[in-house]
Design a protein around this ligand. Structure first.
Ligand code: NAD
Ligand code: TYD
Length: 353
């Protein structure tokens, strides 16, 4: 067995955020082994990591985190020293359609991982279990205020309820068994390799193909957007330098209403696609609102900035331009990812809504 300094298990590394994080860790820390463990659901795609899969510090294991026996085998086989846990069912609309998959992966899967880490590491020092979570656990804000690490949990969707439950188990394993945990709760991410069921990649895909742009309700819900590579840099920072037993909010003070954002994307893409100004905005279609739609999310990330000196590296306008360019240059990625069960999903979600 090679002499790596750390042997880090990253769960969900074939997904959107996980693949950005895995690439960063592989390239920045060649002294560490990265074991990417992923079930490869509809959201997981190994081509996301094609450019780095031959690096000597990379291993992939196709495993479902609900399968505790398989998890133990991976732990023993690779002598795992640390975990960064991202594997999850991540889409609110899918959680409304069917919450049980969210309970299994997000709650049961997380408790399995905690249990295996606890059994394997015992009281040994120097290990870290970093749980990656969301600001959606805090619920919905009114017009004023920001979520801090002290904000009470108040999840409202089946997705956020399952993530809140997993966060509570992570803290329970710290307080009860002394498991060395760290946690981060981040705002909405955007960037390349984002599955086109979420707002930004769906809008880019539909603008490009001149399809209707489904805006839920009045389009006045507010989200706080962060570039995915900035989220990966925050996880890197917290994993290496954050305090054990602490949670850190991650965000870039970047609030937009959904409709402002869709207009911005239409204007940007009209220019990129050589269309007449205003052409894509004609595709905007208001549709029935999401059930229990959270009004506003906004993150106060000052603890992370003060303690660890982390700030986002680029503006939203820069990040959106990079993202649009990536989707326009990688249409075969989108075509491949949308060719399977996505079609059925799209039909169900958006026809006669
Ligand atoms: P994603 O849906 O793109 O990827 C999830 C990955 O987990 C996929 O590769 C999938 O195959 C894998 N997975 C799902 N179920 C699994 C199981 N049972 N066993 C093993 N692997 C499984 O999600 P994402 O957007 O990259 O989110 C990653 C994490 O970050 C999640 O925990 C999510 O809650 C959190 N998060 C996401 C955002 C966001 O805006 N996307 C913001 C804050 C936090
Ligand atoms: P989404 O990307 O699903 O992230 P989340 O629900 O986790 O914040 O949605 C972002 C916002 O965009 C949310 O307010 C719902 C809205 N939305 C639409 O208006 N139309 C869509 O087709 C989608 C997918 C989302």
């Amino acid at each position: 067995m090679e002499n790596f300094q750390k042997r880090i298990l990253v769960t969900g590394g074939a997904g959107f955020i996980g693949s950005h994080l895995v690439r960063r860790l592989l390239q920045k820390y060649p002294q560490n082994l990265i074991v990417n463990l992923d079930k490869l659901t509809y959201a997981g795609n190994l081509t996301n990591l094609e450019d780095v899969e031959n690096l000597p510090n990379y291993v992939f294991e196709k495993v479902d985190i609900v399968d505790v026996i398989a998890l133990k085998e991976v732990f023993e086989k690779h002598k795992i020293t640390d975990i960064i846990h991202l594997a999850a069912e991540s889409h609110v609309d899918r959680s409304i359609e069917g919450p049980m998959e969210f309970v299994m992966t997000n709650v049961v899967g997380t408790v399995n991982l905690l249990q295996v880490a606890k059994d394997s590491w015992g009281k040994e020092e120097g290990h870290v279990f970093h749980h990656v979570s969301t600001d959606e656990v805090y619920g919905s804000l009114g017009e004023e205020g920001l979520f801090t690490e002290e904000t009470s949990y108040d999840p409202r969707s089946p997705y956020s309820a399952s993530k809140a439950s997993s966060d509570h188990f992570v803290m329970a394993f710290y307080h009860t068994y002394g498991l060395p945990i760290k946690m981060s709760n981040c705002s909405n991410n955007y960037g390349s390799h984002h599955f086109p069921e979420k707002l930004i990649p769906l809008m880019i895909h539909n603008i490009k193909n001149s399809k209707p742009l489904p805006v839920y309700g009045k389009g006045d819900n507010i989200r706080d957007w962060l570039w995915v590579e900035d989220h990966a840099s925050a996880i890197d920072k917290i994993f290496h330098e954050g305090r054990i037993g602490e949670s850190y909010n991650v965000g870039g003070l970047n609030e937009w209403t959904n409709i402002e954002l869709v207009h911005f994307l239409c204007r940007l893409m009209d220019k990129k696609l050589g269309r007449e100004a205003g052409e894509s905005e004609k595709l905007i279609t208001y549709v029935t609102d999401r059930a229990g739609h959270d009004k506003r999310y906004a993150i106060d990330a000052s603890k992370l900035e003060k303690e660890l000196g982390w700030t986002p590296s680029i503006t939203f306008e820069e990040g959106l331009e990079k993202t649009v360019d990536w989707y326009l240059e990688n249409s075969e990625w989108v075509d491949r990812i949308t060719s399977g069960s996505y079609k059925e999903y799209y039909q169900k979600m958006y026809t006669n809504r």
